[in-house]
Write a protein that binds this ligand. Structure first.
Ligand code: FES
Length: 179
């Protein structure tokens, strides 16, 4: 299959079909911020931090999550328009205080929102790593909406402490604090 030709921030790039916009941007050295993405894990598309603005070859414009959106012929991608930056700032506020990784970069000093979350961004990295890489499946999401939070299966603390591989993936330190 032929490579797909597109443009990211005005730069032409070619990528194999199925490549995500995030991967294509990376190949150009263009940094798009991510929270729930990890190259070793299945695509997830949960946090929307990697949002970019696209324009299809038919002139249709919209916002998409670049970590799950595949490249398309003739696509024009803008990674840091005012609209995109506004959304990222809002996401940083919504996930506050769990993810302050990008707060300084985006000039966010505090959050206007009361999310009900104390320390977990619900990025799912720990439980996806536990399931996909370790095949241990000891972490899961419990509850819905603002009640949704990660949890360990009963008696898994020792096992988690002995493994600890997902601790570094967790921006909030939630998982390490529970083991
Ligand atoms: Fe793309 Fe989370 S990094 S949706």
């Amino acid at each position: 299959m032929e490579n797909v030709k597109l443009e990211i921030d005005g730069k032409a790039v070619e990528a194999a079909p199925g490549t995500t916009v995030l991967q294509a941007a990376k190949s150009l050295g263009i940094k798009i911020p991510t929270l729930c993405h990890d190259d070793r894990l299945e695509e997830y598309g949960g946090c929307r931090m990697c949002m970019v603005e696209i324009e299809t070859k038919w002139g249709r414009k919209r916002l998409v999550a670049s970590c799950v959106y595949p490249v398309e012929e003739g696509l024009k991608v803008q990674t840091s328009t005012e609209k995109v930056m506004r959304i990222r700032r809002m996401i940083i506020e919504l996930l506050w205080p769990a993810w302050q990784l990008y707060a300084e970069e985006y000039g966010v000093k505090s959050s206007r929102f009361k999310t009900g979350m104390t320390d977990c961004s619900l990025c799912g990295l720990c439980l996806r790593y536990c399931s996909e890489i370790k095949k241990a499946n000891v972490i899961y999401f419990r509850g819905r909406g603002v009640e949704r939070k990660p949890a360990l299966i009963e008696g898994a603390e020792m096992q988690c402490r002995a493994c600890g591989e997902c601790f570094t993936l967790c921006g909030s330190g939630w998982i390490a604090s529970r083991c």
